[in-house]
Design a binder for this molecule. Structure first.
Ligand SMILES: [Zn+2]
Length: 211
């Protein structure tokens, strides 16, 4: 019997056009970075059981929709412990003068290096990639999600996330990018927190921060 293929959906949310991703596999779903419109995202996931709502980091534009999404689906929320406090203020005015839908709840589960999130026949392994924020993570796909990685705001095509916000650090993000370059397979598609996706091979060839 042919197995139903996994599906990746992207929802662009918040005034900052944040990418919220839903990875669907075998009737389950992992939602990454619901920065806003949590109830709307929930309504568009159909029958899939939301196994987990995970944040790549705690900035409001990535977690402002967590509360509504978790309320609508009953799913647990997961984030690195170092960014949990940041996420709990998503609905309040930030240092750049913006606020998002709601403060995120306290995490039901914290994410640390090597932790594995399971959704259907897919796995996502946590790689700690701090620098944009102290608790930034990359979720590296395995199983039926081999070749997929959610990189948040750590890496963008030809660039990297800003390090001038509270908790950001240039040397730290450079170390994270070096790790990603060494440990993520070149054929992997990198799904970024904003804008288009890229591949590790393309970034190795063109991104000046990966050298
Ligand atoms: Zn960010």
């Amino acid at each position: 019997m042919a197995e139903k293929r996994d599906e990746l959906r992207r929802f662009v949310v918040t005034p900052l056009a944040t990418n919220c991703y839903a990875y669907l596999s075998a009737g389950e779903c992992l939602v990454v970075d619901p920065g806003g419109s949590g109830a709307e995202v929930a309504a568009r996931l159909g029958e899939a059981r939301v196994a987990c709502v995970a944040a790549t980091h705690g900035h409001g534009d990535h977690v402002g929709g967590v509360a509504a999404l978790c309320r609508a689906t009953g799913a647990p929320f997961a984030i690195h412990a170092a960014d949990a406090e940041l996420a709990r203020h998503a609905g309040e005015m930030s240092e750049v003068g913006r606020s998002y839908d709601d403060n995120a709840p306290a995490p039901d589960r914290t994410l640390a290096e090597g932790d594995v999130l399971r959704v259907g026949t897919a796995t996502f392994t946590v790689m700690e990639t701090p620098g944009h924020t102290p608790g930034g993570v990359t979720l590296v796909g395995g199983g039926s999600a081999e070749g997929v990685a959610f990189v948040g705001d750590t890496l963008f095509p030809g660039s990297h996330g800003r390090t001038d916000l509270k908790g950001g650090d240039e040397a730290t993000i450079m170390a994270s990018l070096a790790r990603m370059a060494a440990e993520i397979a070149p054929e992997t598609t990198l799904f970024c927190g904003h804008g288009p996706a890229t591949t590790m091979a393309r970034e190795l060839a063109t991104n000046p921060f990966l050298r």
